[in-house]
Write a protein that binds this ligand. Structure first.
Ligand SMILES: Nc1ncnc2c1ncn2[C@@H]1O[C@H](COP(=O)(O)OP(=O)(O)OP(=O)(O)O)[C@@H](O)[C@H]1O
Ligand SMILES: [Mg+2]
Length: 268
């Protein structure tokens, strides 16, 4: 099988100051004998929504953990706002992490806290905002994701789609300039996925920021992407404007983005 192992760079607009908010340079990561990231290069376009697609087990969640500094590369660099996150102190890395909004694959709301307290949590932990201001901010944010009626409910008392939206509200509550979503659509039916995608687009157009959405759902990718990246066997094999990706002549990209079983991509 021949796959063009090159990251497209031609259509990436540099940020105003020439620094990308997120950059991954030649990152390698192995777990024991398993080489997961094998020289990953990605230069995310600022203030755009990039979706990352790729087969299961190809290292998408591992990429997200590298971007937030939860995993350290064996080789290569992760740059956030131009800073190598492993070239700074632990405290600085911690400060940097506050600028991220992250929605992990497994949701991760606190089960014993109601939705209000879940969304308020980062404000209480990282800021000295008064409780009355917290109430205003959290209720505004719940209204934005259509959950103002669910504030006093526990995560177990609301649907999967509502939990995702609550996780989204929590991820955005500190006004992050980078937002990472690991499969926001997993476990949701097509209608709820579509509604969640509307919320993602709406929040992005209101608050801006550099968004990275990992998804398996081609419809999600079609709906929300400004840019599309494809990861395969630990490398970025494609990164470019969504429109071009969906019309790509590359047989691998075509097969992956159309979800067809025939093509160069096998089950190995
Ligand atoms: N902490 C870890 N220790 C050991 N192996 C790990 C660890 N984290 C991830 N892996 C392995 O790395 C590989 C890539 O995992 P990752 O979760 O990034 O895949 P993915 O692309 O997100 O897949 P999916 O689409 O199914 O979520 C898998 O084989 C996984 O078992
Ligand atoms: Mg994953």
């Amino acid at each position: 099988m021949s796959v063009e192992l090159e990251t497209a760079t031609t259509d990436q607009r540099p940020a105003g100051n020439g620094v990308h908010s997120m950059e991954v340079r030649d990152v390698h990561k192995s777990f024991g004998p398993f080489d997961v990231l094998t020289g990953l290069n990605l230069n995310f376009v600022d203030d755009a929504i990039t979706t990352i697609l790729g087969p299961s087990g190809t290292g998408k969640s591992v990429l997200i953990k590298h971007l937030v500094g939860l995993l350290e590369p064996d080789r290569g660099e992760v740059l956030i706002h131009g800073q190598n996150i492993w070239g700074i102190s632990k405290q600085e890395r911690y400060e940097l992490r506050k600028r991220f909004g992250v929605l992990f694959q497994d949701g991760a709301l606190f089960g014993s806290m109601n939705i209000f307290d879940n969304v308020a949590f980062p404000l209480r932990k990282h800021t000295d905002t008064s409780e009355s201001d917290i109430a205003d901010i959290v209720m505004d944010s719940l209204a934005e994701v259509g959950l103002e009626q669910a504030a006093s409910k526990l995560p177990s008392e609301i649907s999967g789609g509502m939990r995702k939206r609550a996780g989204f509200a929590r991820a955005l509550i500190l006004g992050p300039d980078i937002v990472l979503f690991d499969e926001p659509d997993s476990g949701l039916d097509p209608v709820r996925t579509s509604l969640l995608n509307d919320v993602i687009l709406d929040m992005h157009s209101r608050h801006k920021g550099t968004y990275l959405v990992v998804t398996h759902d081609i419809r999600t990718a079609r709906k929300v992407s400004d840019y599309v990246g494809v990861i395969w066997k630990g490398k970025a094999v494609h990164y470019g404007e969504a429109e071009a990706a969906f019309n790509s002549p590359d047989p691998f990209v075509r097969q992956f983005l159309s979800g067809e079983s025939a093509g160069p991509l096998g089950m190995d």
